[in-house]
Design a protein around this ligand. Structure first.
Ligand code: NAP
Length: 242
């Protein structure tokens, strides 16, 4: 049983890992989820435990509803509660729309958008019983602006914004706040092979990529500090889409 617990999907690497560490610093026990890289997940668990809280990694595919339900049930059985959910796990499968096959479309919609439906459903049930909770959905600036080669990804990320606002309206009376963060270009494995980095920097007023920790601080603000904020999309992008 835990006094306060945060669940971060895709919490083994990149932005999710930084969020998990930031919430651990606030005293939350942490469950991270990941898809396949057990070595990275175990390393992250050790780093979180070093901050003096409980930590555990659960391997399951957020795009598979049966796997999600089975694992969330295990987490609730073991820890008794979930106070914060960060719907962070995500992938890219970029291609120009004219060339994009249904495989790339569905992989991204299932992993980046349907996952939030699958994971939030059982988590909201326990939050409703607790009569408190905070959810932060990891959107993207391209969910607001669109992007060439990312019709699948930007559709999923725009979908998360609608999901965020709808849940905020439905769940506010239950003392559950739902917000989103829309990161710009953040230095992680996801962006390490991006071409045209120099061109991109010209578009960013702060003239640099963000760090995962920049996003984690925004997540901490929305999940922990902002008791009267719900239904918002916080752009953390160095000014990219002012
Ligand atoms: P990343 O470094 O590639 O890490 C992705 C994480 O998600 C890993 O922990 C991975 O687990 C997990 N994951 C992927 N597919 C999964 C699945 N089907 N089930 C469970 N876990 C899965 O990515 P990131 O850059 O940190 O991105 C994190 C989130 O921020 C994503 O939603 C992304 O779209 C969003 N975002 C990123 C940027 C950016 O510039 N980086 C910008 C805007 C939005 P494994 O380690 O096991 O693979």
């Amino acid at each position: 049983m835990s006094e306060k617990l945060a669940l971060v999907t895709g919490g083994s690497r990149g932005i999710g890992k930084a969020c998990a560490l930031e919430l651990a610093k606030c005293g939350y026990d942490i469950v991270i989820n990941y898809a396949g890289n057990t070595e990275a997940a175990n390393k992250t668990v050790e780093e979180i435990k070093a901050l003096g809280v409980e930590a555990e990694a659960f391997k399951f595919d957020v795009s598979n509803q049966a796997e999600v339900e089975e694992n969330i049930a295990k987490i609730i059985e073991k820890y008794g509660r979930i106070d914060i959910l960060v719907n962070n796990a995500g992938i890219t499968r970029d291609d120009l729309f004219i060339r994009m096959g249904e495989d790339k479309w569905s992989a991204v919609i299932n992993t980046n958008l349907n996952s939030a439906f699958y994971v939030s459903k059982p988590v909201v049930k326990i939050m409703m019983k607790q009569r408190s909770g905070a959810i932060v959905n990891m959107s993207s600036v391209v969910g607001v602006s669109g992007n060439i080669g990312q019709a699948n990804y930007s559709s999923a990320k725009a979908g998360l914004i609608g999901f965020t606002k709808s849940l905020a309206k439905e769940l506010g009376a239950r003392n559950i706040r739902v917000n989103a963060v829309a990161p710009g270009f953040i230095a992680t494995d996801m962006t390490k092979d991006l071409a045209n980095t120099e061109e991109m920097m010209k578009l960013i007023p702060l003239k640099r990529m963000g760090a995962p920790e920049d996003i984690a601080k925004a997540v901490k603000f929305l999940a922990v500090d902002s008791s009267y904020v719900t239904g918002q999309v916080l752009e953390v992008d160095g000014g990219l889409i002012i």
